[in-house]
Design a protein around this ligand. Structure first.
Ligand code: FES
Length: 281
């Protein structure tokens, strides 16, 4: 059984926004961009552990909670899908623009508890950014983990994020296997056309000593957790993040509770067994 830490202590005050600057923008798809940010004097805005979130915004326009999708020595990156007023404004940002950043929020992926295990990362669409930092952690500490599989899907090839890592970098990592499917066929795609859950089951992966990490919308989450159960993966060995429910992030707005738990204070990372218990509360 995997123990998830709820110790989210950090040295920055997640209530105080810092004025930061955008140092790079990557267009991932037609409606998804990644923004690399650092403080005005060139430091990382806050330290984070893979799985944690930050509040990212534009003065006078608002801010939203996003999982950190990547981090370097002096920067962090947020990957943002354009879905509303604030994210539309964020999408207009260019390198050099001033933004506000605060964090970190929430608990994190239990990377230490997964040492010695095989890992299956499963994500759909914009669900890949929240698991990417964990995946990168396993690759940076390769000898601590066994076989790594990534099962990732999106509507079409154009909707897949992080294409360079997906197709050029990760398939060349030792003992890493990248499986990509799309939901709709197109002329530029000659790979599998299948929804994530049946695709996952069709792969025939060995689930011995394996932890599954799952992130996607409600439909993907429901169907893939069922697929994992069909494959024989225990609910204690399935990790997921309910990060989409994080709003204020500090237990004040009352918009994230499931049963008796507050996702922002108790999560957002949980085992499937913990999620099942919350739903029965
Ligand atoms: S996100 Fe506001 S109370 Fe949890």
């Amino acid at each position: 059984m995997i123990a998830i830490s709820h110790d989210c202590s950090c040295e920055t005050n997640p209530l105080i926004p810092q004025v930061c600057k955008v140092i790079a923008v990557t267009q991932e798809t037609s409606d998804v961009k990644s923004f690399r940010v650092q403080t005005l004097d060139g430091r990382i805005p806050f330290s984070f552990v893979p799985g944690q979130l930050g509040m990212f915004g534009v003065v006078n326009h608002g801010e939203c909670m996003f999982c950190v999708s990547m981090g370097g020595e002096d920067w962090i990156e947020f990957t943002v899908k354009k879905v509303g007023t604030v994210t539309e404004r964020i999408h207009q940002l260019h390198p050099g623009a001033q933004v506000t950043v605060r964090g970190p929020y929430g608990n994190f992926w239990p990377a230490d508890a997964c040492k010695g295990r095989n890992m299956i990362f499963i994500a759909g669409g914009i669900g890949l950014p929240p698991v990417r930092t964990f995946l990168l952690h396993t690759l940076a500490n390769r000898s601590d983990y066994g076989r790594i599989d990534l099962v990732y899907s999106a509507s079409t090839k154009k909707d897949l994020v992080f294409k360079e890592q997906l197709f050029d970098l990760w398939p060349n990592e030792p003992n890493m296997h990248v499986h990509v499917s799309v939901y709709r066929a197109s002329d530029d795609w000659d790979g599998p056309v299948e929804f994530t859950a049946p695709y996952l089951e069709s792969l025939g992966l060995d689930i011995t000593n394996t932890t599954a990490v799952l992130c996607g919308g409600p439909s993907l989450y429901r169907t893939c957790s069922k697929a994992l159960a069909n494959m024989g993966v225990s609910d204690n060995d399935i990790l997921t993040t309910l990060e989409m429910r994080m709003k204020c992030g500090i237990g004040k707005c009352g918009r994230c509770n499931v049963g008796s738990k507050y996702i922002c204070l108790d999560g957002p990372v949980f085992t499937q067994a913990e999620v099942n218990a919350m739903l029965k509360d």
